[in-house]
Structure formats: C-alpha cells, structure tokens
Ligand binder design. Structure first.
Ligand SMILES: [Zn+2]
Length: 324
C-alpha cells in the first residue's frame, strides 16, 4: 500500500485532519492477479505524484492512497503461466492461492486471506470519498472452461470500459448530490481518454467488431451503453448503488462516507510490450480523471463555533459528498 503525501515538516500528523481538510481518492489495483495493467498505472501515478511538480499540486487538494498490487499470490501464479504461454489469458491467476476472490472479503475481519484485509484497513484509515477498483479482462474472445460463456465479457467491446455507479435510494432513485459527482467523473473520464489518440482508435475498432459480431444480432444478450462526445465511443455502464448495511462494497455499506466505488476494466489479459503501455495508460487517465474532479470540487468544509460554560469550542468538519 502507498499513501502518497507531501513531505511533513511537523513532528505530529493527524489522519483525522487529513481526511477532514481534503477529499480522499483511493485506488485498488489488481484484485485479480491476472489483470496486469492497473499495477503499472498505479505505480506510474505514485511516481508522477512524488517526482513531477505538476502532479504534486494535486496533493495540496486531494489525499491519495493506492493499493498497487492487492492479489500478489494470483499475480505470481499468473506471471509463471505467462512465461509458458504469453498469449493465453491465464485466468487461473485471477484468484488467490486458495482459489478465492479476495475482493469478496471487504469488512470481513476474520478472513483467513490476509491480503483481503488491506483494502478494509486502508478504507478505515482514510475514509475515501471516491474509491476506484481497477480491473482487467481478456483482450480477445474467451469463455471460462466449465463456467459457460459469459456474454458480458466474452467478446470485448473496447480496450477500456467502466461500471459507474451513483448513490441511490432503496427504490433506485438517484440522490442528486451523489449523482453530480458520478456524472462529473464520467465526463472527465471521457475527456481524459480523448487526449490519447491510440486508445481512442482502439476503442473505435473494437466498437465496430462488437457491433458486427454481437450487438446488432442480439442487443438484449449483448447490451452496450456508449457515452461521450465527440463520437460516443466509450462504454460506461450505470448502476444504482443502494444502501445495504451488509454489503462488502464500501459505497453501499457507507454511502455517506464513500460517495462512489467505481469499477473500471481494461483489456490487459495478457498484455505485453507496447500494448501493455497502452492498457496501463487507459487506467492511468481514468484514474487521473477522478483525481481531477476531486481536486476541482468544493470539499464543503464547514466551521462552527460555540461557547459552553465559558469555554469556546471550534468545530471543523466536511460535509460529503464533495460538490463538483
Ligand atoms: Zn477483475
């Protein structure tokens, strides 16, 4: 894990103050060990923020914390597999060494899978406003042996796509303040990806393939939602994130803390060389888009003074969500 911070000159430092004075952005990379490029993107972001003066400016407005490589066991297994078969999808590396998806163990404190505790502990420490769970998927048609075809994935429809959620009531009605954050992030993701011509060309190509071989024949089985000017090319699915106190998803469990927990997917299984660079850039720029929104938003910091029994009290607080 990596808390990306500006140098601290004082002797004491307060975690509570840090989370109160600035919104927090948290990234989880590589829940699934075979989904490589998010680790590259996360490490690149950390490097930029620690070395590049332009990127360091973000840290004056946003707390950034990154889990660069959540599922190390699966990653190692996947790495060994790609030495043998560099073009295979190597899906067995998705899970941990016990064959389990550690992402299901948010808030499960007695889990035997200790790697699964990292996200919960970091969430508890930072109370992030926006949490991005960066994933990957195969870069070509695939099916899971003994697991049937999965129409959602088996024909890729763009090098990157995302599941964007918005804060919602139990009846799925959007909560306006949360929806505003999600929509701002959606627009900024589209804007940032459009700065990368090779990524947009790839998206256009795969959009054509997906339409030709799947969507035009059975749009119910192969649905897709494109968004974004100029060409409405980027696949972004929306879902209502309803409050559920039993959920291991942070934004459903604690929406008044974490406004959004997004999932983004990049076709990086198994990415190598120049293609890996493009896949990692796709993650990097959608990460950056979320940072931009948090940086530019009004963090809604409030002050309240009161006098009780001759004592003066000053309260400093932050009302969530941020206001983009
Ligand atoms: Zn995944």
């Amino acid at each position: 894990m990596a808390d990306v911070m500006l140098p601290i000159s004082s002797e004491l430092w307060s975690q509570a103050k840090a989370s109160t004075f600035k919104p927090t952005y948290m990234i989880i990379c590589r829940q699934h060990g075979n989904e490589y490029s998010s680790t590259n993107a996360g490490l690149r972001l950390i490097e930029k923020m620690t070395k590049d003066p332009v990127f360091r400016e973000y840290l004056k407005r946003v707390n950034v914390t990154v889990v660069p490589f959540e599922n190390v066991d699966g990653g190692e297994f996947s790495y060994q597999l790609q030495l043998l078969q560099p073009d295979f999808i190597n899906h067995a590396g998705r899970y941990n060494s016990m064959g389990t998806d550690i992402g299901r163990y948010g808030f499960v404190f007695d889990t035997p899978y200790r790697a699964a505790l990292v996200r919960t502990k970091m969430w508890q420490a930072w109370l992030p406003d926006v949490l991005n769970n960066d994933h990957g998927f195969p870069q070509h048609e695939y099916n899971l042996p003994y697991g049937s075809f999965t129409p959602q994935y088996y024909i890729p429809r763009g090098i990157i796509y995302g599941y964007l959620n918005y804060m919602a009531t139990p009846s799925r009605d959007p909560i306006p303040e949360g929806l505003a954050v999600s929509m701002a992030i959606r627009d900024e993701i589209v804007a940032q990806l459009n700065t990368q011509p090779d990524i947009m060309a790839n998206i256009q190509d795969w959009k054509d393939r997906y339409y030709k071989f799947a969507n035009q024949w059975d749009p119910d089985l192969y649905p897709v939602t494109y968004y974004g000017p100029p060409g409405e090319d980027i696949v972004l699915y929306w879902s209502a994130s309803r409050v559920n106190p039993f959920s291991n998803n942070f934004t459903r469990g604690y929406p008044w803390i974490t406004t959004m927990m997004f999932t983004t997917e990049v076709a990086d299984e198994t990415a190598q060389g120049a293609y890996m660079d493009m896949a990692a850039r796709a993650h990097f720029y959608e990460d950056l888009a979320q940072l931009n929104v948090l940086r530019d938003a009004n963090p809604n910091i409030g002050f309240m003074a009161s006098e009780v029994s001759g004592m003066l009290y000053l309260r400093i607080f932050r009302t969530r969500p941020v206001a983009p």
